[in-house]
Write a protein that binds this ligand. Sequence first.
Ligand code: CO
Length: 138
Amino acid sequence: MKPSHIEHIGLAVRNLEESIRYWEDVFGLECYRVEEVADQKVRTAFFKIGDTKIELLEPTDDDGPVARFIEKKGEGVHHIAFAVDDVAAALQSVQQKGVDLIDVQPRPGAEGLNIAFLHPKSTHGVLTELCSKLEKEK
Ligand code: CO
């Protein structure tokens, strides 16, 4: 497993619209997509910076993982996502090296990506996402 680049950095925010305004006003970036990911109980907003994106995550449910993150730690960096060719193969490779997985199988994420999370207890505290384009969209 060797990632090609940082696909995105996920930031937990309390209010998506306020946070979009911050990135647009202060950084001069343009939000090109807002999307709800029901599976993860979040609304997301995306900005491009070169090959990398900023992914804002606003909880849609007090019971979701991002809501719990904000409750414990406040707003801030939630996860780092690495682009890999094949998420399933990458998962197998890191698992063989003793890394605990949150997702044993890839699942659909925002922007039509195939995604999976590694458990932060075995990644030195960094919630790590692996992602790749879905097979048909490559
Ligand atoms: Co992400």
